[in-house]
Design a protein around this ligand. Sequence first.
Ligand code: CP
Length: 303
Amino acid sequence: MRHFLTVEQFTNEEFMMLVKRASDFKHGRDTFRSDRTVVNMFFENSTRTKMSFEMAEHKIGMHQMNFDVTTSSVNKGESLYDSVLTMQAIGADVVVIRHPDANYPDQLVNLDVQVVNAGSGTGQHPSQSLLDIMTIYEEFGDFRGLKVAIIGDILYSRVAVSNMMMLNQLGAEVIFAGPDQYFDKRDEKYGEWMSVDDAVKTADVVMMLRVQLERHPNGDKPFEKDEYHRLYGLTRERYLTMKDTAIIMHPAPVNRDVEIADELVESEKSRIVQQMSNGVYARIAILEWVLKGRYDELSSQKW
Ligand code: CP
């Protein structure tokens, strides 16, 4: 089965092929259609990922169903495995899943339904990484030697995990900055640690991360908003030290005036809105990739 689960399942060539397909769809150079059935199963909150998968599914003509966790038999104790097994049994070809368990995909890989990881706890967020890599590629056209600063709550960020791995693999130079307690030494192999001031000055891409209070143990909140912004945020003052050609990214949702000044979210250097738009095309490319894998395996059937 061809599942879309992590970034490290891809070679550079395979991942960049997905970027190219996403770009083809964005610029109208190609289209893809499918009348297969997809079920979106979101066990955690989402705006961008859920809605851009839905938009992608609409654009390519898929039959789409949304699994409503709040009224489902999950509330009677049904497991994720049994829920997905049920989706397979009723005819789903693809399930798009966001779930708080970082390792949830492991239990699903032998099912006869294609799994797309839309965020696995603090594990991975590979579809976000695809749209982020697409956005950086649109700007710079290459990754070798590119300095990408990932700044903020790295410890609890699945976006950071997927991006540090993929950027490293593609030859970019990853820089980390933020509060010491939001960095895990296990990530040192992917990049260098710097002060926020130096990271912002040095980077070609300044990727700010949301402070993920919902993932902090006991709701731990070691900083007040203003203090965090002053010490670790992208302030107006730090913005003025960025390279002329540098860009700002953020996976969103944004805590305005915490990790980034309100006025900078839609500033000239910001690519945050572009990231959201690219998300639709990246997700069409992902759906095409998993469906073509399924189609190859079901070679006697037509789309
Ligand atoms: N970037 C991202 O995953 O946003 P959502 O949580 O709104 O999907």
